[in-house]
Design a binder for this molecule. Structure first.
Ligand code: PFF
Length: 452
């Protein structure tokens, strides 16, 4: 067994999985992406559909991925190869883990650029640049960052270096120790900021926007975005959670652990919404502004907050660490595979993949300025990568993984796995995965692609 899987005591703490998986789930998806998707998809309607997607798709698929990882305790590529050699699945299935790995890798290439923005904002926060900043000032600060490929390249490179250095270690223990401090701190700071924002902002409009919905707001596009984001936010469909499942204590109920991860992930996302929208409505910021929403709103909050320089600095440090604990899981599939299959040193594997993702990231950051032209379907390179991964590759990877677990892996093998503590609950999960999650993902994604 490779060293990363058999470290003494690695199975002994049930909390290690919860912390590592929450570290992967909670990241820029919650604080940067969720608020702007809410803004673009009608607020309350999106929140409602998103919660349903977490329950009916995200949680069951997350459980499936973790259960398979824990059952086989190997990396996804070798697992499927092995299943195909034992004739449990057709050899064509070997493409599934590759799609999963490539999706994680592609996400990393643009995720690192956005995480780089967070480092840039950390620098601005501690330098006091946010002090008394107006809406116009914050908007032009964001625009000027996006207009500086050199600066973005610096932050993107620093972030990617951190990712490579961290993945290069055998991370699971260190990761769980970091997340143990990170998550409570992030939640506390978000609660403080949300309270402040609700006091100074337009609370009634923000709450109405977030928690009211009407039927006509629920379109296929909204459901497609919600499913894509549920998978993105829970880091499922990319083999990341599969790898973490392999580290999970045998006695622990997968259902319970995964429900906690989903709960924490949703809590952080809602808190981010409560921080941003009161201000968005108070200052008439366009709710449909897209990726700029979080980065324009936050400096205004920190700029007016007593001790905003310190609070802003701490917040962006936490955000960068949250992004880091997510980013490392994107490389885990290929790094674990290269290490286990070819005995390539984890650091070398991470470096190789990191350089490749860094190069793609350069094209991404140029797509915000010099190469802002539309590449395909009226989208620039960044938008194309984002939509390709969230709306096509992620659902596709999640569908393949769920079909594998629900239709091909012998049921008895999963039943032995203690997916749920009580046998009766197992049936619920299995049937929801088979008859609700999979059909829902197929219908919605196909309908979304053909533009129903
Ligand atoms: N779940 C992460 C976030 O919400 O920021 C993003 C992510 C992590 C996507 C790991 C994919 C992945 F493999």
């Amino acid at each position: 067994m490779p060293e990363s899987r058999c470290l003494q005591g690695i199975w002994s703490s049930p909390l290690i999985f919860i912390f590592a998986a929450s570290g992967s789930a909670v990241g820029l998806g919650n604080i940067w992406k969720f608020p702007y998707l809410l803004g673009q998809n009608g607020g309350g309607a999106f929140l409602l559909v998103y919660c349903l997607c977490l329950l009916l798709v995200g949680l069951p698929v997350l459980m499936a991925e973790v259960a398979l990882g824990r059952t086989v305790r190997s990396n996804p590529i070798d697992t499927v190869n092995d299943l195909s050699e034992r004739r449990i699945v057709h050899s064509a299935w070997v493409v599934a883990p590759w799609i999963a790995g490539i999706t994680g890798f592609l996400i990393l290439s643009f995720y690192s650029v956005i995480a780089g923005w967070s480092i840039g904002y950390l620098e601005r926060a501690v330098s006091g640049d946010f002090k008394g900043i107006s809406h116009e000032g914050a908007a032009s600060m964001y625009d000027s960052l996006l207009a500086s490929p050199g600066e973005m390249l610096l932050w993107h490179s620093i972030f990617m270096m951190l990712v490579v250095l961290t993945v290069g270690q055998s991370v699971i223990r260190g990761l769980s120790a970091i997340v143990r401090i990170l998550l409570p701190s992030l939640i506390i700071i978000l609660v403080v900021l949300a309270t402040y924002s609700l006091v100074i902002g337009n609370t009634s409009e923000a709450l109405a926007f977030l928690f009211h919905w009407s039927w006509q707001d629920i379109t296929f596009d909204v459901v497609l975005s919600a499913i894509g984001h549920a998978l993105f936010s829970l880091s499922v469909g990319m083999g990341a959670m599969f790898s973490y499942g392999a580290y999970m204590n045998k006695r622990m109920s997968i259902a319970r652990a995964c429900t906690i991860v989903v709960g924490v992930d949703l809590l952080v996302a809602i808190l981010a919404g409560l921080v941003i929208f009161p201000l968005v409505f108070a200052l008439n910021i366009d709710v449909e502004a897209g990726p700029s929403l979080t980065f324009v709103s936050l400096p205004i909050i920190f700029g007016s907050l007593p001790a905003g320089q310190v609070v802003g600095g701490v917040f962006f440090v936490l955000l960068v660490i949250a992004a880091l604990t997510s980013a490392i899981s994107m490389l885990e599939l290929f790094v674990a595979w290269m290490h286990e299959k070819f005995y390539i040193d984890r650091f070398k594997a991470a470096l190789l993949l990191g350089i490749a993702a860094w190069l793609i990231g350069i094209v991404v950051l140029l797509s915000f300025n010099h190469w802002d032209n539309k590449v395909l379907f009226d989208l620039n390179f960044f938008e194309l990568l984002d939509e390709l991964t969230s709306l096509i590759l992620l659902p596709f990877g999640a569908i393949l993984l769920s079909v594998l677990v629900a239709w091909f892996i012998p049921r008895s093998m999963l039943q032995n796995e203690k997916v749920t503590k009580q046998a009766g609950h197992f049936k619920w999960w299995y049937n929801i995965l088979k008859y609700i999650s999979i059909p829902m993902m197929i219908v919605i994604t196909v309908a979304g692609w053909i533009g129903v």
